[in-house]
Ligand binder design. Structure first.
Ligand code: HEC
Length: 272
């Protein structure tokens, strides 16, 4: 569950430069479809269905399938395309690049590209079912929802690819990886707390820290967090300072705790 939350958060929030244009195309298509549907009205249902092909937004794979795909992807693909599909020696498999190369085509195009040429160092080595699982994972990472039925080879041609959406950041829950700012305050029995802290914001584990300016600009709030293992960070020297903390949030009834993976001073005071 944690791994899923972390992976889910890894999408950056780049604005999709390619999107407005593509959206317009889709809008135009929709208009066309509506027109042809009107012309067709009264004629056979089969024709109408052809005018309205399924898309990857229609829940064309299952969660279990995408999870199987994720496991294979991590072992076979992430070395070149990165765990979050952001691209490394291989191109990104999401956002502008994904939209440019695959949107508007049928899902078979994407499947065939993967199944016949990837992994680049061992093309066509994984078997069709495994490649279908990987396609499910790629769709999920592009923000398309799961559905009740597994993606099958004979369905690929009838499913249209759309430009991906950035996945929303995972909701903050127990064991989310979060960042906050707050005032470092000594608690009972040599414990340390962040008081008047901001609302926790979920962050991907692998993302870079915000700039000091961003942390400075984040206002204090009304939250309290008990810091675990704060002693390792020489907290005495930061008593009463405004601090930036990133770590795992552990919610208990009436108590919020945070582990610390990043601990930085934002300001040497903690003004009201
Ligand atoms: C050894 C590095 C490497 C590995 C491993 C690898 N790829 Fe690639 N991949 C590339 C390179 C380089 C390209 C660009 C050249 C090309 O299209 O063949 C690419 C292209 C792609 C494309 C086309 C992207 C586009 O926008 O044109 C897809 C999709 C893809 N890879 C998926 C995968 C999947 C899925 C796996 C795992 C099964 C995988 N790759 C494993 C290096 C790799």
């Amino acid at each position: 569950m944690l791994a899923a939350a972390l992976a889910g958060g890894m999408m950056d929030r780049t604005v999709l430069a390619a999107r407005p244009r593509t959206d317009k195309i889709h809008h135009g298509e929709r208009e066309l479809r509506r027109l042809s549907l009107r012309v067709l009205s009264g004629s056979s249902l089969a024709l109408a269905v052809q005018e309205n092909p399924r898309t990857v937004a229609d829940g064309v794979y299952t969660d279990a399938q995408a999870m199987r795909g994720a496991a294979v992807y991590d072992g076979e693909c992430s070395g070149c395309h990165r765990g979050d599909l952001g691209g490394a020696t291989g191109p990104p498999l999401r956002e502008q690049r994904f939209a440019r190369d695959f949107a508007g085509k049928d899902l078979k195009t994407l499947f065939t590209k993967i199944a016949t040429t990837m992994p680049r160092n061992a093309p066509a080595s994984l078997g069709d079912n495994v490649y279908l699982d990987i396609v499910a994972h790629v769709l999920k990472e592009n923000g398309f929802p799961a559905g009740p039925q597994e993606l099958a080879a004979d369905a690929l041609e009838g499913i249209r690819v759309l430009p991906g959406k950035p996945k929303p950041p995972p909701p903050v829950g127990d064991f989310s990886y979060v960042e906050v700012v707050g005032c470092l305050t000594a608690g009972p029995q040599r414990t340390w707390m962040l008081t008047r802290a901001s609302e926790p914001v979920a962050v991907p584990a692998a993302s870079t820290r915000p700039s000091t300016e961003a942390a400075t600009a984040t206002p204090l709030g009304t939250q309290t967090f008990h810091l675990l293992d704060a002693m390792a960070y020489a907290p005495d020297g930061h008593r009463g300072h405004k601090m930036y903390v990133r770590g795992l949030l552990i919610k208990l009834p009436g108590d919020q705790r945070m582990t610390i993976s990043s601990f930085e001073m934002v300001a040497p005071t903690c003004p009201e």
